[in-house]
Design a protein around this ligand. Structure first.
Ligand code: A2P
Length: 268
């Protein structure tokens, strides 16, 4: 148990939730951090889904939806979080340390799952900010590479330091004994909007100009070959969804697989 724990309390654990132990915390910038918790043996989820999490720091704890960033086969559960100044959950969550307790509701859900997409040649994952979390899960899942010949993870952030979590993941993937070889199919296209970088601008603008396709040496998106998954802020979702619809893709869901799916990066 850590000293000065912010989550160690006398409050009882509410019914219907798992109380799990933090195994690792890593801060990337003053706005972003990841943490890992133990995984209850009965907890099952599909890579790309989200779950509600909270802290045992009140009689009625605040819960927020978080995409699970680890793949469904992992022994632990990983999350990637923003730190919102004054945010009812993240204000406290950002102070957690190894050994602290995190609450997790028992039922995962979500639409950014391979099952919600029709088969295709190429999967595009469009992410901004903490919207990379569900893709952190999916790029570590063999099923993603079994279903698609090519996987392109686009990741747009404001500043360079915000790209580190994604870069670290992709670098580690190459030597992963389970998916390393399959992950040769993955391409990681990073762009920045508020700092100099080889690739600059919002992904929506880069699709509209065709630059992203030129940069990657790929044809423009087509409903015949391409599938999309989108995760970011509400505005980013709307604009990226409109762009994909402009290419002729249609939004799908778990009960109606189609050519793209959308999930909001919830905590803001
Ligand atoms: P920008 O710097 O031009 O706002 P945020 O942290 O605000 O969620 O933003 C993460 C990244 O998403 C930023 O690079 C931001 O670009 C970009 N972004 C914000 N809104 C949109 C949008 N409507 N469409 C595409 N990208 C967006």
């Amino acid at each position: 148990m850590s000293l000065d724990s912010t989550t160690k309390t006398e409050f009882p654990i509410p019914a219907g939730v798992f109380a799990e132990t933090v195994t690792e915390v890593k801060h990337y910038t003053d706005r972003l951090f990841k943490f890992r918790i133990t995984r209850p043996s009965s907890f099952r989820f599909r890579s790309g889904e989200f779950v509600m999490i909270g802290l045992p720091n009140a009689e009625k704890p605040v819960f927020r939806a978080y995409s699970i960033a680890s793949p469904s086969w992992d022994e632990e559960i990983e999350f990637y979080s923003i730190k919102v100044p004054g945010g009812p959950l993240t204000e406290h969550l950002q102070k957690i340390r190894e050994g602290d307790t995190v609450l997790m509701r028992k039922k995962p859900t979500g639409t950014l799952v391979n099952d919600a997409l029709l088969p295709g040649k190429r999967l595009w994952m469009f992410s901004t900010g903490t919207g990379i979390a569900p893709f952190a899960s999916l790029i570590r899942d063999p099923e993603t590479y079994e279903k698609f010949d090519e996987v392109i993870l686009t990741y747009t952030c404001r500043e360079k330091g915000e790209l580190d979590y994604g870069k670290e993941l992709v670098a580690a993937l190459k030597s992963d004994p389970l998916v390393g070889e399959m992950a040769q199919k993955l391409r990681h296209y990073c762009t920045l909007t508020r700092e100099g970088y080889p690739f600059k601008g919002r992904i929506t603008d880069l699709m509209a100009s065709g630059k992203v396709f030129d940069d990657l040496g790929l044809p423009p998106i087509s409903p015949e070959t391409d599938r999309g998954m989108i995760c970011g802020s509400m505005a980013m979702l709307q604009d990226t969804k409109a762009a994909l619809e402009g290419f002729g893709l249609e939004e799908g869901a778990n009960n109606k697989p189609a050519t793209f799916v959308v999930e909001r990066a919830f905590v803001d």
